[in-house]
Ligand binder design. Structure first.
Ligand code: SF4
Length: 442
């Protein structure tokens, strides 16, 4: 790493950037006092939103100046990031960046650029959004740093393998692939050992060589502890949704989940979720619901439709429908009990084997069944996501089972998490209308 780049980074990011963003957070916090969402029936935004914005802005601002100061890694969302964090890497999650582009309606230009380069419309829209950025340099956050290392873990899908191979060609840097065997019921010891060996014999040596540092046990434990603490807090926040009325909705969760994905292993993430939990508890105490006059409570399955978040939230709130929980946001909390600080590497291997997408469809059905009971839900919306086959597979039998067992309506909503061309306004409106009719809130 170069001294001149470090001096530039310290002055621009640590001195000027942090001060500016802290001041902006102060202004945003003042504005939030009178802020309202699109619908009068939605509770005002959480006060923590000003901090969320600061964290995300600082993260991407750091990215503009980090090259030469810190090694940079691009990582899939289910990647064992704790090892890289302990080695001092600055980490970019292309999926998170793509989601941010979707929420800001900046993704279609990127998607179209990737398609012009020859990438098919049938490829996941996160991949197309990211490749649009990688190939053109365009991004809604100003600039993304170039990676020094790529890390893909197959625990979410096999698409990441092909995606990261393309990134490797574009950036000409080392790619490490962690292969995770599918878990049907329990991960057998040989599967845990297989993943652990890949972490120890493949990821660590390459990551150390690229970073020019050696992994220190003490630092690794500290990062794993922050990761565990933040994941536990996130899970506790989500479980607050069991209260009636629910103090937070999935729309709040989608907005505030960036740190648990992107900043796992940082102390600030623990502080942030601690403060968020405190605010959510305050809401419970005061009886504030995410939706005013909550009449019905609905589960969301699959990724969000990032470019329609506020519209869907408002449309449902206006009919007194709240959405306390989703399988997607829960996936970032449910593995907290598996993180064992004392058995760092083995526990990392186990944790990264167990994400919801690396398990059978029966497991997802069981998670949804439990949610219907624990969160006292009256209906289910299953987003059939054109882009994400592993998440959408098995949704028809899952829907039928839930309807049969609980006697509640369940809707299959066809869309795409980032490609707006797969979202039909009329079709979604009419499907939601009949779903609400079935729940007797139309
Ligand atoms: S296909 Fe699904 S799991 Fe794979 S990268 Fe796309 S959204 Fe993520």
């Amino acid at each position: 790493m170069k001294l001149i780049d470090t001096i530039k980074y310290r002055l621009t990011v640590d001195v000027a950037g942090r001060a500016f963003l802290r001041y902006e957070r102060f202004l945003n916090a003042r504005r939030l006092k009178n802020a309202r969402f699109k619908s009068e029936n939605l509770a005002p935004p959480l006060r923590i939103s000003a901090w969320t914005k600061e964290l995300i802005s600082l993260h991407y601002f750091r990215g503009r100046y980090v090259e030469g100061h810190q090694p940079v890694a691009y990582v899939t969302s289910g990647g064992p990031v704790e090892i890289l964090k302990a080695l001092g890497y600055y980490v970019i999650y292309p999926e998170n960046h793509a989601a941010l582009a979707g929420a800001r309606h900046a993704q279609m230009e990127l998607i179209q650029s990737a398609e012009e380069f020859g990438f098919s419309q049938d490829i996941c829209s996160y991949v197309r959004t990211d490749l649009g950025t990688a190939l053109t340099g365009k991004t809604p956050v100003g600039k993304l740093p170039k990676p020094d290392l790529l890390l893909a873990c197959t625990n979410i899908c096999q698409t990441v393998l092909h995606w990261y191979r393309v990134l490797q060609k574009i950036f000409n840097v080392p790619l490490v692939v962690i292969d995770t065997p599918f878990v049907y019921t329990e991960a057998p010891p040989h599967a845990v050992e297989y993943v652990k060996k890949q972490l120890e014999n493949e990821l660590i040596p390459v990551a150390e060589r690229v970073a020019g540092r050696t992994l220190k046990e003490k630092k690794f434990k500290e990062v794993v502890k922050y990761s565990k603490d933040a994941t536990e807090l996130w899970l506790e926040i989500l479980n607050m949704g069991r209260h009636i009325p629910t103090p937070i909705s999935i729309f709040d969760q989608f907005i505030h989940m960036a740190p648990i994905v992107e900043m796992r292993g940082d102390k600030v993430t623990v502080d942030f979720y601690y403060a968020m939990l405190k605010e959510v508890k305050e809401r419970v105490k005061k009886g504030i619901g995410s939706v005013k006059n909550e009449k019905k409570r609905v589960l969301w399955d699959n990724l969000p439709v990032w470019y329609k978040l506020s519209r869907l939230a408002a449309e449902l709130a206006d009919r007194g429908v709240s959405m306390p929980i989703s399988t997607y946001t829960y996936a970032w909390g449910e593995l907290a009990p598996l993180i064992d600080i004392e058995r760092g590497m083995e526990s990392m291997a186990r944790v990264y084997l167990y994400p919801i997408l690396n398990r059978g469809t029966g497991h997802k059905l069981e998670v949804m069944r439990q949610m219907v009971k624990d969160f006292k839900l009256d209906g289910v919306i299953l987003h059939s996501d054109r882009s994400c086959k592993p998440y959408s597979i098995g949704q028809v039998p899952q829907r039928n089972k839930l309807m049969e067992e609980f006697g509640i309506p369940a809707l299959l909503l066809e869309a795409d998490h980032n490609d707006e061309r797969a979202f039909s306004e009329e079709q979604v409106a009419s499907r939601i209308a009949s779903f609400l009719e079935m729940m007797e809130v139309a």
